[in-house]
Design a protein around this ligand. Sequence first.
Ligand code: HEM
Length: 348
Amino acid sequence: MGLIGLSLLVASVVYVIIRPPSWLPSTLLSWLRRSPATISDARRRDEQDQSKRTPPTLPPPLAPAAPTMVEPHEADRAAPPPPPIPTLTIGQLPFIAVGQDEEPESPTTPKAKAMQPVASMPLPPPTFSLSTESMPPPPRPTASTSSSASASSMMPPPPPRLSAPARPPTLGQFPAANSAQRARGPVPNRGRPSSSSSITGGGLAPPPTHTSMPSKPSRQVTLEPGHSPLDWARLSGGPSADLRGVDASTPYLRVTPSMLRRQTGRKGKDAWMALSGKVYNVTPYAKFHPGGIPELMRGAARDGTRLFGEVHPWVNYENMLTACLVGILVDEPEPSAGPPQSDMEAMD
Ligand code: HEM
């Protein structure tokens, strides 16, 4: 019995599906639409209140979405049609639909309605204007603010400051006036810096260390063979070299100006020269002097310190003439005492 009843139930359902009565689709549609309406009652009431607060100047509502039309013969075979989808366009996105309560035929689904901009919605994006009437001119970089941090990054970089053109690097005085290299004296066989190169500054020759030019122009002196500066260094450089021209046992002399004046280099006497308080016998050096014997003898029998400095102050004569040192220059002794006091008293 159960099986027969179940078969009849299935057969009746199949019959209703194949040939539904004319009242069935509308009944199902109304039933389906009424049931979700109860769920969204509260939300619909809120929307109605919001629509009442909006100003009355509403644009005319858009045409409501056309209801979905279903052919009778298609409805016989198809399920109940889904609720119509609200038609929204891109331009209507920032709006809120109002007046939904005016749609009695589809109360359960939102419809595209007349839109109205809400004051709380964000404003349209700002636009840029090329008009400069209402805009202040951009700050111009000045000399005082060109390097300030307040300069905008959009501003072009400030023009570089005009400064005096950099001078090309020049070689300084080499060796320095107070350097040890200069104190060692001339290097043997080193060529003498020509005055022309000193003036123009060309070459690697040391610049002149004095402001005044030599008293006489340089003259080329041909030294005899075996009398080069290196030969003089070899001759006078030995520890036991003694070129003073006096007895070896003679200690350093206290040379007075009168004694110095007698050592002229003539009449078989040696030539002595005082340089910075020391007296040298320059006779052995005469044939080695690059400036010649006559030039050297200009300072003989006298204090040649000033003359020497005017010609070649860079020459380290102390090292070169160590073996020729005779003594030190001292003042003349005090003249003897005057007439005896007794004689003066006798006149009285
Ligand atoms: C005070 C008297 C002296 C005079 C008037 C004198 C003069 C001169 C002159 C004219 C020259 C050549 C400069 C030239 O060619 O441009 C010269 C070069 C030279 N003299 Fe004297 N001289 C004197 C004393 C000395 C002494 C005492 C020494 C050594 C201890 C000396 C060492 C030299 C040297 C090394 C040179 C070569 C300098 C160089 O090439 O740079 N002179 N001297």
